[in-house]
Ligand binder design. Structure first.
Ligand SMILES: [Ca+2]
Length: 167
């Protein structure tokens, strides 16, 4: 009897914790399942080294993209992250060129913005890139974009993730 009584407050606490708000993941891609990749992603690349490789033998631009649910991220703070490895990526002509991990956002009147993670170049081992981005309230269309811009070389992406972390 005494044991039962003591267990009640604990159960109430656990119930409260399970109802706590968790960060909402709106996209998570580990590039493990070819069928999932084919369904979600558009553009160039190939499954390689557990991730998605995009290679440009000569300077150029190649990007793959996947759609995000715009209504789920509009007006929210979103954490964009990815594991990235590069090999022989040539110097960027502009600071914003090179390895790209970004969101392509379009608002209701066609206004576009491209918030992105810090780009890398050269040859670098796997590392995590991450940034919290404030998404405008009027966003009507949203994509996550990975690739190379105005450079040559190879880049691998893995564990691409977009999650809502704040209102
Ligand atoms: Ca993977």
């Amino acid at each position: 009897m005494g044991d039962t009584m003591r267990s009640i407050p604990l159960l109430l606490i656990l119930g409260g914790l399970s109802g706590a708000e968790a960060a909402a993941i709106v996209l998570q891609e580990d590039f493990a399942d070819p069928a999932t990749i084919a369904k979600a992603w558009r553009g160039p690349g190939a499954a390689d080294d557990g991730g998605w490789r995009i290679t440009l033998p000569a300077v150029g631009t190649a990007k793959a993209s996947a759609s995000l649910p715009a209504a789920s991220i509009a007006g929210r703070t979103v954490r964009l992250s990815a594991r990235v490895r590069s090999e022989g990526v040539s110097p960027r002509p502009q600071p914003w060129n090179g390895v790209k991990v970004l969101l392509a956002l379009v608002d209701g009147s066609g206004g576009k913005s491209y918030p992105q993670l810090a780009t890398v170049d050269g040859t670098r081992p796997w590392s995590v890139l991450q940034k919290d981005l404030a998404i405008p309230a009027g966003v009507a269309k949203a994509d996550v974009v990975i690739g190379l811009e105005n450079v040559s070389g190879s880049v691998w992406f893995d564990d691409v993730r977009v999650e809502v972390v704040g209102q």
